[in-house]
Design a protein around this ligand. Structure first.
Ligand SMILES: [Mn+2]
Length: 308
């Protein structure tokens, strides 16, 4: 794939969504990231940044759960379509969409927008998914019915058509063009689905054994030749809760501070990332906005911040 232009205009798009998760507070993520100075950090790197504001999401108190196996599906699909349209038009304008969440159901919309953009230009999208979980559940397998555990499956065309058909494209991306990194909590039925579709997964065990540098180099070497477009979807819970505790669903044994930065620095060096999203920042579980500040630094690393 070709590398993107060196300094595209970055468009921030907030997705203040917590309907996809049981634990509340991630709807404040976009605000926490703005307060953490995400715009200023990117401007310091020489980027021009525009803030596209937040996608309007109705609060939980205004709604009811009608489908317990797909909680709040109506509002999540509606807002995902709005996000998809904004991401697609941002890409059409030559910008770099930076989606800030919000729970990880955000990826239903961001990847839908990317798929729409790629389809109209005959391009092949690929996704690097950094997450403690696999997000490969469906309405049939999810123990909770929480949609933030389903967006990777849905993007691959697996699960309820309500989720897979967002923006009218299914599948949006192929398993061989994706990689899941830093996983350490995968449900038994998700494991079956992963094996069935052949999704490449690099668990924390793989990262411990091979080293994060070798793993990210291999992921890029494997997927870049087959794609024209790279999206990175980062669930902040990929990082160890000892480093960031303000995340939606913390799981011990995650990436260290430096491992997380090295992944993003390596992605920056390849100059191949065309869009990025940061999900599951939860200020309620945090202390003095530390986790959003970490997330903002991670974004800066992925867009070229270097130590020297
Ligand atoms: Mn996730």
């Amino acid at each position: 794939m070709k590398t993107r232009s060196p300094q595209p205009l970055v468009e921030l798009i907030g997705f203040p969504m917590d309907l996809g998760a049981d634990r509340r507070g991630v709807d404040m993520g976009p605000s926490a990231l703005r307060i953490a100075g995400i715009t200023e950090k990117l401007e310091a790197l020489g980027y021009a940044v525009i803030d596209g504001g937040d996608i309007p999401v109705r609060i939980q108190e205004q709604q009811q759960v009608r489908k317990p196996n797909l909680k709040y599906v109506g509002e999540i699909v509606k807002t995902a379509e709005l996000l998809a349209a904004q991401v697609c038009s941002s890409l059409e304008a030559g910008r770099f969409p930076l989606c800030i969440g919000g729970d990880h159901s955000m990826a239903l919309g961001s990847i839908a927008g990317i798929a729409e953009f790629c389809r109209s230009r005959g391009r092949t999208p690929g996704v690097i998914w950094l997450d403690a979980h696999a997000d490969m559940n469906t309405d049939k397998t999810s123990p909770s019915g929480n949609i933030h555990g389903m967006p990777l499956a849905a993007s691959l065309g697996i699960g309820s058509s309500q989720l897979t058909r967002i923006s009218g494209i299914a599948p949006k991306v192929r398993p061989q063009h994706c990689a899941l990194l830093a996983a350490r909590q995968i449900d038994p039925q998700e494991k079956e689905t992963i094996r069935k579709v052949g999704l490449p997964v690099y668990t924390m065990t793989d990262i411990d054994r091979q080293g994060i540098g070798a793993v990210i180099d291999r992921v890029l070497a494997d997927i870049l030749p087959g794609i024209d477009y790279l999206h990175v979807s980062l669930d902040l819970d990929c990082v160890d809760p000892g480093v960031v505790r303000g995340v939606g669903t913390p799981v011990p044994g995650g990436l260290t501070y430096r491992e997380a930065h090295l992944v993003m620095e390596t992605i920056a060096e390849c100059g191949c990332m065309a869009s990025l999203e940061i999900a599951e920042v939860n200020p309620i579980l945090d202390h003095k906005n530390h986790s959003a500040e970490f997330a903002a630094e991670i974004v800066a690393s992925s867009l070229g911040l270097r130590i020297i």
